[in-house]
Design a protein around this ligand. Structure first.
Ligand code: ATP
Ligand code: MG
Length: 223
């Protein structure tokens, strides 16, 4: 991970749109990567037109996460913008005619079936040749566990630790039952609601799906 919690002045939808869409698509050199055809989206129905974009919540190698508001009902959301690279894998999943970027596909699959509050919900998404966007639920008020532990002086008590670990393990277990292997369960990828202590597993960008490869997944991702 790169820097975290870098506060930026709120951007207008137009600024986010210009900043990200002005980047020309990067040509793919990997023939195994399947880039899905773009959905028929004109700028007017582009996903950012449905959300107001605010402060930056986090930033990784390829993804930037912004706080946002759904314009329809003012719901607080997190908007994750990911730039595609030649390594961006796309996979087919049931009920979707086109291959989806793996992070979108795995987040959909992890949420399939009854609601598991310990797994972050995907509210909306869009896919383009050079980038994709996930709109995720945004617990409020929340921190990732690195921030939470730092705020507590680098130590948390045993009972709190037990509650967090139970929820993190439950989320990972439910994902496994849905054949989704997160492979990157770590403090930065767990959010905690600081009022209710509810924990949510986020960031399926490193995961894999049982059935994607001929052998069962046994690898761990280090980024
Ligand atoms: P990548 O490694 O795929 O480039 P990343 O690791 O930077 O991405 P995430 O882990 O999804 O991306 O998000 C980075 C940070 O943004 C998280 O640690 C968290 O602080 C914040 N964040 C992400 N999703 C949410 C969310 N749904 N609600 C609130 N904060 C979030
Ligand atoms: Mg992450």
């Amino acid at each position: 991970m790169g820097q975290r919690n870098t506060k930026v002045s709120p951007m207008t939808v137009g600024e986010v749109y210009d900043q990200h869409l002005s980047t020309p698509p990067k040509p793919s050199t990997n023939t195994e990567v399947q880039h899905p055809p773009p959905r028929d989206e004109t700028p007017v129905d582009y996903i950012f037109s449905r959300y107001a974009i605010g402060d930056q919540l986090g930033k990784g190698g390829f993804g930037v996460v912004y706080e946002g508001r759904r314009l329809d009902d003012d719901l607080r959301v997190a908007v994750k913008y990911v730039t595609k690279t030649q390594h961006t894998e796309c996979i087919f999943i049931p009920d979707h005619p086109n291959p989806l970027p793996k992070e979108i596909a795995l987040t959909i699959l992890a949420n399939k079936g009854h609601r598991v509050p310990e797994i972050i919900r995907l509210l909306d998404w869009t896919d383009h040749p050079d980038h994709f966007v996930l709109v995720l639920e945004c617990p409020s008020p929340c921190e990732n566990l690195v921030e939470f532990i730092m705020r507590h002086g680098g130590r948390i008590d045993e009972e709190t630790t037990r509650q967090i670990m139970w929820q993190a393990t439950y989320a990972a277990h439910k994902c496994c039952l849905r054949r989704v292997f997160h492979r990157d369960v770590k403090l930065e990828n767990l959010l905690i609601n600081i009022e209710t202590s509810e924990v949510k597993l986020i960031d399926f960008g490193c995961g894999t799906f049982w059935g994607l490869h001929p052998t069962s997944p046994t690898t761990v991702c280090f980024r």
